[in-house]
Write a protein that binds this ligand. Structure first.
Ligand SMILES: [Zn+2]
Ligand SMILES: [Zn+2]
Length: 184
């Protein structure tokens, strides 16, 4: 019991309760950004990310929403803020050079189109996430992993056009590529 109390002491449950009551997802997101959620260590093309704190927050929020407001998971603050949560500070995508592992495009100059797909979903995340638990992928590859589970990703035209543009760029010979880069 005492062990549990120690574990939970750095989470502001009063604040979380207010955010849940108000269904305030923007400030919930801010709270996640401000709290020191993940401790990530990199080594030899792999990493260890301690996700216990986030999981405790997510579980508490989700269960409280479900109990008090009967919110579905897809209406939950947790779900609404889950995109790329594991890489909230961009450290992982930085380490792997902003490249889509599936189609190979480089998203360094278009960081908003590169996602991190969690193979187990955010609630089912391991306490210690490593490279094998995730896929770094562009929005389109992300969606195509399992469309039925990714219906709420932002698939706006600007994003999709940008991905097609970068894929085409990869296909062109080097001189053409330089020309295209100069032009845009
Ligand atoms: Zn891709
Ligand atoms: Zn995903």
């Amino acid at each position: 019991m005492i062990k549990n109390v120690n574990k939970l002491q750095h989470i502001d449950y009063d604040k979380l309760k207010i955010l849940i009551d108000n269904n305030d997802y923007l400030n919930f997101k801010k709270y996640l950004y401000s709290s020191n959620l993940f401790n990530i260590n990199f080594s030899n093309n792999d990493f260890n990310c301690d996700t216990r704190k986030y999981k405790q927050i997510a579980k508490y929020v989700y269960l409280t929403e479900k109990k008090n407001y009967k919110r579905k998971f897809t209406d939950s603050l947790v779900y609404k803020t889950s995109l790329n949560i594991i890489d909230i500070n961009n450290k992982i995508r930085d380490y792997y050079n902003w490249k889509c592992e599936i189609c190979g495009i480089n998203c360094f100059n278009n960081k908003n189109i590169l996602d991190i797909h969690s193979k187990t979903g955010v609630i089912g995340m391991n306490n210690n996430v490593t490279k094998k638990d995730i896929i770094i992928c562009c929005r389109l590859c992300h969606f195509n992993i399992k469309p039925s589970e990714h219906w709420n990703l932002d698939m706006s035209k600007t994003i999709i056009n940008k991905i097609h543009y970068l894929r085409n760029l990869n296909k062109k010979p080097r001189t053409m590529r330089l020309f295209a880069l100069k032009k845009f």
